[in-house]
Design a protein. Structure first.
Length: 243
């Protein structure tokens, strides 16, 4: 796949509309996410390593909000347990088409089944690993508990949820500092101040971040026995929740 540079918000836009995972985003997605999410590549690699530890025979790994399948491919690379499957789900038709188009089958590795659906509507069962890599933040807050409870129910005993999210901070100074540092990070990746600010407006009310404590409490309510951050880079973190 030829990775195109993201310049979607480079020119001034009069009326910024809400961010959508449409074809224009899909075409630049790998570049966009790398340059926007600090530590993205580290997290993707670690998802493979974590999956290889947690996946056992006859179980399923779910990649929910899979986009172009980076986490699924990382898991496929590392999983050695026999008779496992990876189910990758996204509700963006454009993402799913592109992922299907570029997926090369590998008979020696776990099969990846690509599903076009809303992750709130799918059945989750026999799961050893569930990945929500920067996806929960796009689910309405009111739906999050029921959705995480469904994931908990579908996990096998000892199963793991990997939850990566943009975070908020309850302390105002921390919130300001971490937000500023994220914008500085983006500018160091080549985005202009205009691009940063226009993208921020587009994501307003679409991407809803919460604090670590909010996530931790909700995960506990959903049934998880523990939840800890294993990686954080400014206001982007990845957590592990255990059943
Ligand atoms: C990665 N995990 O590269 N149902 C299904 N998919 C959804 C829903 C929903 N209700 N809401 C949003 N999505 C990926 C990156 S991107 C993160 C995940 C980002 C999908 C949406 O279509 C998009 O593909 C993905 O969640 C979020 O590891 O762009 O910041």
């Amino acid at each position: 796949m030829i990775v195109k540079k993201d310049s979607l918000y480079a020119a001034p836009v009069e009326q910024i509309s809400a961010f959508k995972f449409d074809e224009s985003v899909v075409n630049v997605f790998p570049d966009m996410i790398q340059r926007s999410v600090p530590g993205y590549q580290v997290i993707i690699s670690a998802i493979g390593l974590l999956a290889s530890r947690f996946t056992h025979e006859n179980s399923i790994c779910y990649d929910l909000g899979c986009s172009l399948g980076a986490a699924s491919l990382s898991m496929r690379e590392q999983i050695t347990a026999p008779n496992c499957k990876i189910i990758a789900v996204d509700n963006s038709q454009a993402m799913i088409e592109q992922f299907k188009h570029h997926l090369k089958p590998d008979e020696n590795k776990a099969e990846i089944e690509i599903v076009h659906a809303d992750i709130r509507d799918i059945e989750i069962k026999q799961a050893s690993v569930v990945v929500l890599n920067f996806t929960l933040q796009f689910i309405p807050v009111a739906d999050r508990l029921a959705f995480l409870s469904k994931i908990y129910q579908g996990l096998l005993p000892g199963g793991m949820l990997i939850l990566s999210e943009k975070l908020n901070f309850s302390d105002k100074k921390q919130q300001q500092l971490q937000t500023d540092m994220h914008h500085i990070f983006k500018q160091a990746q080549g985005y202009s101040a205009l691009e940063v600010s226009q993208k921020r407006s587009a994501l307003e009310n679409v991407l809803i971040p919460e604090t670590f404590v909010q996530h931790q409490q909700r995960l506990q309510q959903a049934g998880f026995s523990s939840c800890e951050v294993w990686f954080q880079y400014f206001n982007f973190a990845s957590m592990i929740a255990l059943k």
